[in-house]
Design a protein around this ligand. Structure first.
Ligand code: F6R
Length: 360
């Protein structure tokens, strides 16, 4: 049931505050800024390195988690499940392999898992589906509790995956060598406010008018750095999937190494700011504006320099820079949704795509 929404995807976008509340329920001591997942202290003490494997949107959630883990001093890498065996990663009994998969049934992810398990790795599924193959085959499972997602394009499951990975990252830091620093605690304290902040984004968004202004252009580029980079990639994937318009995501600094050749006044650039590395991303914004491209920034309310430079700004409430990308992503979901609606696309069931991909 769409409960008054035109599409399941829009309903699921609006379910995110509630989905995130469920994801976090009982798993976080907000005052202390510590995770309270069901893993006893020391549960991950043997993990010397972490591989996060997944496909598509789940790969971008994995990339977010891996970047955060590295910031917090844990050796971690996100690897595309479909390339995992070919990439010949070092995987053994000291490796924790985290399968990020909302369905728990993606064939590429399951074969990466099996490859890792054969080499003695410990495996953990981060999934939305209790009883899924990934949940059953892994040594451990952490359920993201986003609730059923009907729209083929992942929306609330991405947010709940990232929130779950933030909790997991803090748990791995707890079990690692150094004591968790203030940054970890501050991030977890801020995480508790995320559901309400997502609701604020949903209430105040101007994504629809941005969509009206820019729908039907030649191409769309999405850029970001650090934790905003996987969010830009996810924004571009969502956009192309449901609008059928050409969209690409890039690390902001890479534009000038080639893709800039494609930038013209017909190619809007959506720049994601997460409150860290913003000055460098602003340089990249100026580079594309000099080629005539309009820039739509997604940034925190207090990012005045960004607002002054960009042609449009979609604002999000201020939060810890480690979480700002999650709020920005909600704006990107809405831009993709409204452009697709204006173009009259089959938003809940885009052509050629399936909700879970069970062939390699
Ligand atoms: C994009 C999307 C896909 C999935 C990918 C992995 O909106 O939904 O890219 O993220 O097929 O699916 P799961 O997470 O079920 O393994």
């Amino acid at each position: 049931r769409k409960e008054g929404y035109d599409h399941y995807m829009l309903k699921e976008i609006h379910e995110q505050p509630h989905a995130l509340e469920r994801t976090l329920q009982g798993r976080l001591d907000a005052e202390a800024g510590t995770p309270t997942l069901d893993f006893p202290p020391g549960a991950f003490a043997d993990a010397e390195r972490v591989h996060l494997v997944g496909c598509g949107t789940s790969n971008y959630a994995a990339e977010y988690g891996a970047t955060l883990l590295r910031r917090w001093g844990v050796e971690a890498q996100a690897l595309l499940a479909s390339e995992y065996t070919g990439a010949a990663p070092r995987v053994d009994g000291d490796t924790l392999v985290v399968a990020v998969t909302q369905s728990g049934e993606t064939a590429d992810t399951l074969s990466a898992l099996r490859f890792a398990a054969e080499r003695g790795a410990r495996t953990l599924a981060v999934t939305n589906v209790v009883g899924s193959t990934a949940a059953r085959e892994c040594d451990d499972a952490m359920f993201i509790r986003a609730g059923p997602e009907i729209g083929v394009a992942a929306s609330k499951t991405f947010s709940s995956q990232v929130a779950s990975l933030v909790l997991l990252a803090a748990t791995l830091v707890r079990d690692g060598e150094g004591a968790p620093g203030e940054e970890v605690r501050d991030t977890l304290r801020a995480l508790a406010d995320l559901p309400d902040q997502v609701a604020t984004v949903l209430d105040g968004t101007t994504a629809r008018s941005v969509a009206e202004r820019y729908a039907g252009r030649e191409s769309y580029f999405f850029i970001g750095r650090g934790l905003a980079y996987p969010v830009a990639m996810e924004g571009a994937l969502k956009f192309k999937e449901i609008s059928y318009e050409h969209a690409e995501g890039f690390p902001a600094g890479e534009l000038k190494h080639g893709p800039l050749a494609l930038v013209t006044e017909h190619t809007p650039v959506i720049a994601v700011f997460a409150g860290r590395h913003d000055e460098k991303t602003l340089n990249n914004v100026q580079e594309v504006q000099a080629r005539g491209a309009p820039v739509i920034a997604v940034a925190g309310e207090r990012a005045d320099a960004v607002r002054r430079q960009a042609d449009e700004t979609l604002a999000v409430p201020d939060t810890h820079p480690n979480l700002a990308g999650l709020l920005a992503n909600v704006q990107l979901q809405l831009v993709a949704y409204h452009v697709s609606k204006l173009l009259d696309r089959a938003i809940d069931k885009p052509r050629n795509l399936a909700k879970s991909v069970t062939v390699e």
